[in-house]
Design a protein around this ligand. Structure first.
Ligand code: AMP
Length: 291
């Protein structure tokens, strides 16, 4: 079966019209890598029809951010999708998605959109949820797959479909990493020279947090301090490193149940994020999710 590339909502509608069976969608901003590939593989195993969207959404970037430097590799993206037996790639233009210009009505992420990434990037999650809602309407999937790499995004999308009664299942898949621990990201292509090594500060900080918890440390501030010190060894100052409740992103002070450790930092020109979940089962058993 061949992968079809469509650019307009009319083409999408007619390409979907004669398909039957469960539809899975993977939404991306392009520059596909093995993290995206893994989402596509999971979708391929579980659904009959797979749609991958490739859309660099201006609404979720502030004017000062790196939209214009975001890598665009549509031919390679379509080739990757063909390797994974994707049925349809929907790669609309900005005008196709926002025909009347910037939408006046948007989805508001609420308080969950104001913390962590949202505090550093005001309005970001409103932009994300607005385009996710539109792409869900346009592709009408049964299931949509997202990555744990963007944990806060995954959480607000879960809330979106629950709070607005959208008929779609949301599945979150684990973060795919390089062998040395760096979380795959389209932005990694812009890490040059020593910055590639310094980028390990994020995953190493998360490892240190996991190890501290495994060693019995339960004080969140102490764990955050150890993680921050680990980053500073690579001359990286985090935008934030926080331990929060994975369900509502409220700060955790003493670790009891599952705790999301989430970090963001600028490495040269490139802003990276990463996270891990410390799982405390009973007294002191800690699952390590990082390599
Ligand atoms: P993006 O193209 O960065 O918007 O990402 C599209 C989807 O791929 C989102 O659901 C991301 O969470 C997911 N994703 C990005 N990087 C990874 C990764 N390293 N592992 C797993 N999923 C990822």
């Amino acid at each position: 079966m061949t992968t079809r590339l469509v650019h307009t909502r009319d083409e999408l509608r007619s390409a979907m019209a004669n398909r039957s069976g469960e539809v899975g969608v993977v939404m991306t901003m392009g520059a596909l890598h093995d993290g995206h590939r893994e989402l596509i593989k999971v979708a391929r195993r579980r659904c009959k029809v797979i749609v991958v969207t490739v859309f660099l959404n201006p609404l979720q970037f502030a004017p000062s951010e790196d939209l214009s430097r975001y890598p665009m590799t549509l031919d390679a993206d379509v080739a990757l999708c063909a390797e994974e037996d994707v049925d349809l790639v929907f790669a609309p233009s900005v005008e196709e998605v926002y025909p009347a210009g910037e939408p006046q009505v948007r989805v508001h992420a609420g308080p969950l959109g104001d913390v962590l990434e949202g505090a550093s990037r005001p309005g970001h999650f409103d932009g994300v949820l607005t385009v996710v809602a539109k792409l869900l309407h346009l592709t009408s999937p049964d299931v949509a797959y997202f990555g744990q790499k963007d944990a806060q995004q995954a959480l607000v999308i879960r809330k979106l479909v629950r709070d607005l009664d959208m008929e779609v299942r949301i599945e979150i898949e684990p973060t795919v990493r390089e062998d040395d621990g760096l979380a795959l990201s389209s932005r990694n292509a812009r890490l040059h020279g020593d910055n590639r090594r310094r980028a390990l500060a994020l995953s190493r900080a998360l490892q240190v947090a996991q190890q501290a918890a495994a060693g019995g440390e339960r004080d969140a501030a102490a764990i955050a301090q150890l993680a921050r010190a680990q980053m500073q060894e690579l001359q990286v100052e985090p935008d934030y490193i926080e331990l929060v409740d994975p369900e509502d992103l409220t700060p955790v002070h003493a670790l009891r149940g599952d705790t999301l450790v989430t970090v963001a930092a600028r490495i040269g020109e490139v802003r990276l994020i990463d996270n891990t979940v410390i799982i405390i089962d009973g007294d002191a058993e800690v699952a390590t999710l990082l390599p």
